[in-house]
Design a protein around this ligand. Structure first.
Ligand code: ZN
Length: 278
């Protein structure tokens, strides 16, 4: 089995949104921002090639989200979903499964594309798609707070192709891929845990978006149930430290993966590395 980090492009997010109530004087020591207070963040997917299956976790922003929405986010970076897959020798047709951690626009937009006539089609024509049942229902009936995170014409058509599978419980979804539901960031967000030989890789997604969000109280303002996020972060960080697991960041611009240690000052990054080194 092999893992590949798929860089789908970067976007800019307001530092206040990324770090919530944490004062800028503290977070800016841990993550850079520009003069407009914007932090550049990655949209990094994980491709798991198990031999039998090519499983893609999340798909980045894609090309269907309108410019008037994206003007606040200043897309940048040299890579996109398809170029990054191609770099490792994969095409859209090779992907057998797409697993969404959740359906916020920057995690699932790349699953669909418009053809030249403007009709919506699947980016991955041979893939089954997977999301938690609770996240699907949440996204189909969004609350006011998350309304703009679930653009209706981006999310709803995912169900038009008879490919969407809804996961009801924590489970071993594939032989080496376990999924666990969380709710702090958004209801039913999945954290995939991949077994690679003797080690486990925990794809923390928006539970710990950036390395600077590592401390359990360094929450992003996007979380809808912040106290649950703190509890969930404490649980997963303890498990990562105890098991000597590898944490993979989805949004950190410079750190793909790391190990964690618990110190008198709290959880700290021990060692950083790229997924290609595993
Ligand atoms: Zn999110």
């Amino acid at each position: 089995m092999k893992l590949f980090s798929i860089e789908c492009g970067n976007f800019m997010v307001d530092g206040g949104a990324a770090f919530g109530v944490i004062p800028k004087t503290l977070w800016q020591k841990k993550y850079p921002c520009d003069e407009q207070n914007l932090c550049n963040v990655a949209t990094r997917s994980l491709l798991i090639d198990s031999g039998d299956k090519r499983i893609l976790i999340d798909t980045g922003i894609g090309t269907r989200i309108p410019d008037n929405f994206l003007k606040y986010y200043k897309l940048n970076g040299e890579n996109n979903l398809l170029s990054s897959l191609a770099q490792f020798g994969y095409s859209s047709e090779d992907i057998t499964d797409v697993l969404f951690t959740h359906l916020h626009w920057d995690h699932c937009g790349g699953a669909l594309v418009n053809d030249t006539k403007g009709n919506i089609k699947l980016q991955f024509p041979n893939a089954q798609m997977w999301v938690s049942k609770s996240q699907w229902e949440w996204a189909m009936n969004p609350n006011e707070r998350e309304f703009s995170a679930y653009p209706n014409d981006i999310i709803k058509p995912l169900n038009d192709f008879n490919r969407l599978n809804l996961i009801e419980n924590d489970c071993q979804l594939f032989p080496n891929v376990e999924v666990r539901q969380h709710r702090g960031h958004t209801n039913g967000m999945l954290v995939p845990i991949v077994t690679l030989g003797t080690r486990k890789v925990v794809f923390v997604g928006d539970l710990i978006p950036l390395s600077a969000n590592l401390a359990p109280i360094y929450l992003s303002a996007y979380d809808i149930f912040p106290l649950d996020t703190i509890k969930e972060k404490n649980e997963i960080l303890k498990e990562i430290v105890d098991g000597e697991h590898i944490l993979m960041f989805q949004h950190d611009i410079s750190i793909e993966a790391c190990t964690i240690e618990f110190t008198p000052k709290g959880y700290k990054i021990k060692e950083t590395f790229d997924i290609s080194q595993l």
